[in-house]
Ligand binder design. Structure first.
Ligand SMILES: NC(=O)c1ccc[n+]([C@@H]2O[C@H](COP(=O)([O-])OP(=O)(O)OC[C@H]3O[C@@H](n4cnc5c(N)ncnc54)[C@H](O)[C@@H]3O)[C@@H](O)[C@H]2O)c1
Length: 388
């Protein structure tokens, strides 16, 4: 008998939609799960817009104050799909009320907040999860499997890019309902927390702890009109960030992110080079994992033979991560499915007693790297992350 899991979703924006879709679909594609999410309440400040979203997605009720949502006895899980500056207060209150907490990334505005959030969920002993959904792209999960199988050998290089182009125009305002990402008070940082947090989470997962970083950031447009006040105000976020990283396993990393790469929309790539092989992934072509195998697995030979070369794996077969829950081999899944896969893992983790990652504690590690990157850019020197 399925157990209802009554969800209180906060925010009806981009992630409100992605998560609502996941709650609706997870039980259909992962029927083995014991929990069945119920869209119990949608919370956002604007009653009319919240009601319209709730009607479209089938939420039973609407709240306009997240505190009222958390106070309800009929809500089991609080899902935080709101701007970054709201995460800490909501997550801590939800944990103290004994709710499960699923929070969007970046976990927090800074390490201090992330530590308090982690302490709160751990003290309350409540299930917790952070929506670093790219781990659940089947090709990225397969990359992790290949690393665990030892087929990359000793890693030397990790290379990540996350490029967009939507803030190039100087007349894009900052702040307000739609452009909070450009307002440092709402976002905490620019591309570092928004985009590189994803790249860092994936890197920590695939290649282990990052021990130190040296970074440079740039804010190309120095002042923008604030959407709410109408005032021209200094821009406090990083428009672009590049950093070098040292990993505990001895490998080196380069990370680059910007919202000024004309033509790049959501260009999220990674490459890992080891002694025995390399892996490469590009989110704009997400069903493929590229793999170069130096060591022949049939003979164990360490010699590059005449057929050595990159191979492009179409990650849609039943034996590939998650794909036995979707369509027949050759049929692809997309962006929204990463949230469904992530939710399935979160629920399964609670049901089996082996919590899915990243929980708050793992996301705190990503936050430590983000903060070290920003500190390094400010101070112009290598900074230890405290990991590893
Ligand atoms: N995992 C991912 O790939 C991914 C992608 C996009 C955004 N995000 C993260 O998700 C979060 C939300 O981003 P988004 O793109 O959905 O933003 P959005 O601007 O599209 O939506 C934000 C929502 O939060 C609501 N909101 C804001 N303040 C609120 C408050 N005090 N109480 C209740 N509701 C409030 C807004 O009304 C809106 O519905 C951010 O932390 C962001 O970094 C993650």
């Amino acid at each position: 008998m399925a157990k209802p899991l009554r969800v209180g979703m906060i925010g009806y924006g981009f992630m409100g939609k992605a998560h609502s879709n996941a709650y609706q679909k997870v039980g259909r594609f992962f029927p083995e799960l014991e929990h069945r999410p119920v869209l119990a309440a949608l919370c956002a400040r604007n009653q009319e817009k919240a009601q319209a979203f709730a009607d479209t997605w089938g939420y039973e009720s609407v709240e306009t104050d997240w505190r009222a949502l958390i106070a309800r006895d009929d809500i089991d899980l609080i899902d935080i799909g709101t701007p970054n500056n709201t995460h800490a207060e909501i997550a801590i209150a939800a944990a103290e009320a004994g709710k499960w907490v699923a929070c969007e990334k970046p976990l927090a505005m800074n390490v201090e907040e992330a530590e308090r959030m982690t302490a709160a969920v751990e003290k309350a002993g409540v299930p917790n999860f952070v929506w670093f959904n790219y781990r659940r792209v089947p090709a990225i999960s397969l990359a992790r499997q290949v690393v665990e199988e030892g087929r990359i050998g000793k890693p030397f290089h990790y290379r990540a890019t996350y490029l967009q182009d939507w803030t190039i125009a100087e007349d894009v305002p900052q702040g307000g309902a739609t452009l909070w990402r450009l307002d440092v008070d709402a976002a905490g940082s620019g591309v570092t927390g928004d985009l590189l947090a994803h790249s860092i989470d994936t890197a920590l997962w695939l290649n282990g702890p990052i021990t130190s970083v040296v970074a440079s950031t740039e804010t190309f447009v120095k002042e923008r009109v604030h959407q709410e006040t109408g005032q021209v105000q200094p821009v406090g976020i990083d428009d672009a960030c590049m950093f070098l990283a040292r990993f505990a396993n001895g490998s080196m990393g380069t990370f680059e992110s910007t919202r000024y790469a004309r033509g790049r929309k959501n260009f999220n790539t990674l490459e890992l080079n080891g002694a025995d092989g390399s892996l490469a992934f590009d989110l704009e072509d997400p069903q493929y994992l590229d793999f170069y195998e130096y060591t022949r697995t049939d003979t164990g030979s360490k010699v590059e033979d005449h057929l050595a070369g990159w191979r492009r794996v179409h990650v849609t077969n039943f034996e590939h991560p998650y794909m036995d829950h979707w369509w027949v081999p050759g049929c692809t899944i997309g962006y929204e499915h990463t949230f469904i896969n992530a939710l399935a893992d979160f629920l399964k983790g609670v049901e089996t007693g082996s919590p899915a990652e990243p929980g708050f504690r793992a996301a705190l590690e990503t936050q430590r790297v983000c903060d070290a990157v920003l500190q390094s850019a400010r101070e112009g020197r290598w900074v230890e992350t405290g990991l590893g």
